[in-house]
Design a protein around this ligand. Structure first.
Ligand SMILES: C[S@@+](CC[C@H](N)C(=O)[O-])C[C@H]1O[C@@H](n2cnc3c(N)ncnc32)[C@H](O)[C@@H]1O
Length: 351
């Protein structure tokens, strides 16, 4: 899977170097305690007796169900508040993304051999859970087909991918209600609620693309990259409520903001214009239902920098506080990035 937030200078799959920065993942306070020691009991497709599927949270507040055209999915069995931790999980399999090869065929052969080797190392019960997962490659289900359909990037450098047996059951939405985040310090992927979620609501993360696109662009991207026709709420709405126009305007503002080179040395007029674009973009994201922390934190950071350039420390502080809330909600309360922002917040003087 790709990293939908990488283009914002943020990575959903990496929180950067977690060994540094004074906040250890060991003392991360969880809003929802979790432990990987017990098997979770999830319901099978027929809705018959719950079946033990994969080693995940022993207090998981979700279950697996038949989500219709998108296959199996996970839905909430308890309400979540924005920022709640939904899941944390270790990879059942890790595979390097790029291996030295002289041709595409050789690279594919090596990839296939690596997945097969890693599969052989897994416990037989993990092997069966792995083979129960879906595959976007038609015909006979293969190990590599299952891996390629369900794996996520581990970290922003994209050197390795990993397959998580429970995360793999979360379907995609272009308007997700959860966000996943690889935490190198924990060597786990964590999933957080992007907004309040009610009992019975399906959990959706975002597989990509990393930039805002209209329905046609997103559908093409998802089809090319993951071989499915997206049936999510936003794609079904299309431009009914002006969604496509909003997404294209958001994309254009994001491009404009990311092309700003040195905010610190910018003229006041330019900085003020850029700040009003950022505000417009944040409003559009809210209207489009993608205003959750994972999407907005990079823009909030730009707004903070622009306010500093405009010598408005008060507003800078407000934007940085909002960014901190967004980071905590989407990466964890005491993730290293949140700790770093806290230190900067403390250093901003307001007259
Ligand atoms: C990582 S798996 C998700 C879990 C899967 N539905 C299952 O039954 O195990 C990805 C696959 O789910 C399906 N899927 C996920 N999100 C979808 C969406 N928005 N629209 C249509 N199919 C989707 C596609 O078949 C895709 O290849």
């Amino acid at each position: 899977m790709s990293d939908p937030f990488a283009c914002f200078g943020y990575s959903s799959s990496s929180s950067g170097s977690e060994a540094e920065g004074g906040c250890s993942d060991d003392d991360t306070r969880l809003r929802r305690a979790s432990d990987l020691t017990e098997a979770c009991r999830l319901k099978d497709k027929s809705n018959a007796d719950p079946v033990a599927l994969t080693p995940i949270n022993n207090d998981a507040s979700f279950e697996m169900f038949d989500a219709g055209p998108s296959g199996m999915g996970l839905r909430a069995t308890a309400p979540y508040k924005r920022g709640d931790e939904v899941l944390r999980e270790c990879a059942a399999m890790r595979v390097p993304n790029k291996q030295a090869a002289t041709s595409r065929e050789e690279a594919e052969r090596k990839h296939l051999a690596c997945v097969a080797r890693m599969f052989d190392r897994m416990h037989p019960s993990t092997q069966s859970s792995f083979m129960e997962l879906s595959s976007c490659q038609g015909g006979v289900k293969t190990k590599v087909g299952v891996y390629d359909t369900n794996s996520y990037q581990l970290g922003g450098d994209e050197s390795h991918g990993g397959l998580f047996l429970t995360l793999a059951r979360i379907n995609h939405s272009c308007r997700p209600n959860v966000v996943h985040c690889w935490r190198p310090g924990l060597q786990q992927t964590l999933v957080f609620a992007l907004r309040d979620i009610e009992i019975g609501e399906e959990l959706f993360t975002i597989y990509g693309p990393s930039e805002c696109m209209d329905t046609k662009g997103r559908r093409e991207y998802l089809h090319d990259r993951f071989a499915f026709n997206c049936t999510c709420e936003m794609c079904t709405e299309g431009n009914n409520n002006g969604g496509d126009e909003r997404m294209l305007e958001i994309q254009s503002i994001q491009n404009e903001i990311s092309s700003l080179v040195s905010i610190a040395n910018m003229s006041t007029t330019k900085a003020a214009a850029a700040l009003s674009s950022v505000k417009r973009c944040l409003d559009l994201m809210d209207e489009q239902g993608i205003g959750g922390g994972a999407f907005s934190k990079s823009l909030l950071h730009s707004a903070y920098e622009l306010c500093l350039a405009l010598d408005n420390n008060h507003a800078a502080r407000e934007y940085l506080s909002k960014e901190l809330a967004a980071v905590r909600d989407s990466e964890g309360i005491e993730c290293p990035k949140a700790c770093a922002i806290e230190r900067v917040l403390d250093s901003i003087t307001v007259a």
